[in-house]
Design a binder for this molecule. Structure first.
Ligand SMILES: [Zn+2]
Ligand SMILES: [Zn+2]
Length: 312
């Protein structure tokens, strides 16, 4: 009766068919489909056998870098591949597209977990893609900005390691126990092979995981702990104070990166976190190019004497 390998696994609404293909088979299929671009391959789905595989890229339209969603329209399984270059002639869905518009192009589908992972990390399930950090400094600030459920902000991780995964070449993993409530906490970031200079959050281009309001708040906090006159501190405190004011400078530099070329201020839609939006609403003028440049100059003026004493 059943002459086609693909006719009997289509499921009714609300019921997911089974997923039996290995993640390697999915990555192989992706590789083939990718190399056929901008054409369409008539490859069969590694899971259900239908010729219904689709690739959509989401990312930066100008530099043609993004992540790939690769799925089967029939069985609705697939994988994510992060940071790939998008071949010429292939459309890129801009980052920040509304969920509704996005769903018209990319349906909800189930992610086939990469090998060597028993569990799918909830963060990558919800956020659909891994947190992409530009430096360890940026990972640290992100963790500070995301307190434990119990409210404890300070997270002293006890374990840190790098992992290589098929879809993420360098994953920086921080793990530890919350000092207040005892919960096990874990953060995962995709990190680049080459870091910016120490004390900097990233090279060109704005952060993808920390918004301008969060950067400015952290800068104010760092700067607030540093007296303008290094003479007010003990010699043993000078190094710490220098690092703090230097990070305050770096945070304002990051905030400025959210001002689009030719614009006069950070646009309201750049504020994507609750803290960021609150900070913006309280004083939108703090995010004009002019004000940010003045804040930057202020912090640099505090930093300079510290740099001078430390050089002595
Ligand atoms: Zn399928
Ligand atoms: Zn806690």
């Amino acid at each position: 009766m059943n002459t086609s390998e693909s006719s009997d696994r289509v499921s009714g609404p609300g019921q997911w068919p089974e997923q039996r293909a290995s993640s390697e088979a999915w990555y192989d299929a992706y590789g083939e489909a990718y190399s056929a671009l901008p054409g369409r391959s008539d490859l069969r789905c590694p899971n259900c056998g239908h010729r219904a595989l689709r690739i959509v890229f989401t990312g930066h339209v100008e530099d043609r870098v993004g992540y790939a969603s690769f799925w089967c329209d029939n069985c609705r399984y697939g994988i994510h591949i992060s940071r790939v270059s998008v071949p010429d002639g292939v459309e890129i869905l801009p980052l920040g597209e509304s969920a509704e518009r996005r769903r018209r192009v990319v349906p909800d589908y189930r992610i086939v977990p990469p090998p060597d992972r028993d569990d799918v990390d909830p963060m990558s399930e919800v956020g659909e893609d891994m947190l992409v950090a530009r430096s360890s400094e940026e990972c640290h600030l992100y963790m500070e900005l995301h307190p434990c459920e119990c409210g404890e902000e300070f997270f002293e991780w006890s374990r840190h390691h790098l992992e290589e995964r098929p879809d993420h070449p360098r994953v920086s993993v921080y793990e530890g126990t919350c000092a207040r409530c005892g919960r096990e906490r874990r953060f995962e970031f995709e990190v680049p092979a080459v870091s910016p200079e120490p004390g900097r959050y990233g090279d060109d281009g704005p952060s993808r995981i920390i918004d301008p309001g969060e950067f400015l708040v952290s800068s104010r906090q760092f700067a607030g702990n540093v007296p303008p006159d290094p003479g007010d501190l003990a010699v043993s405190e000078l190094g710490y104070a220098y690092n703090a004011i230097d990070l305050a400078v770096a945070g304002v530099e990051e905030t400025l990166k959210f001002v689009p070329p030719g614009a006069e201020a950070v646009p309201p839609e750049a504020f994507t976190s609750e803290l960021g939006r609150k900070t913006y609403d309280a004083d939108p003028d703090a995010f004009t190019r002019d004000r940010l440049e003045r804040t930057l100059a202020e912090y640099i003026a505090v930093r300079d004497p510290y740099a001078a004493v430390l050089e002595e």
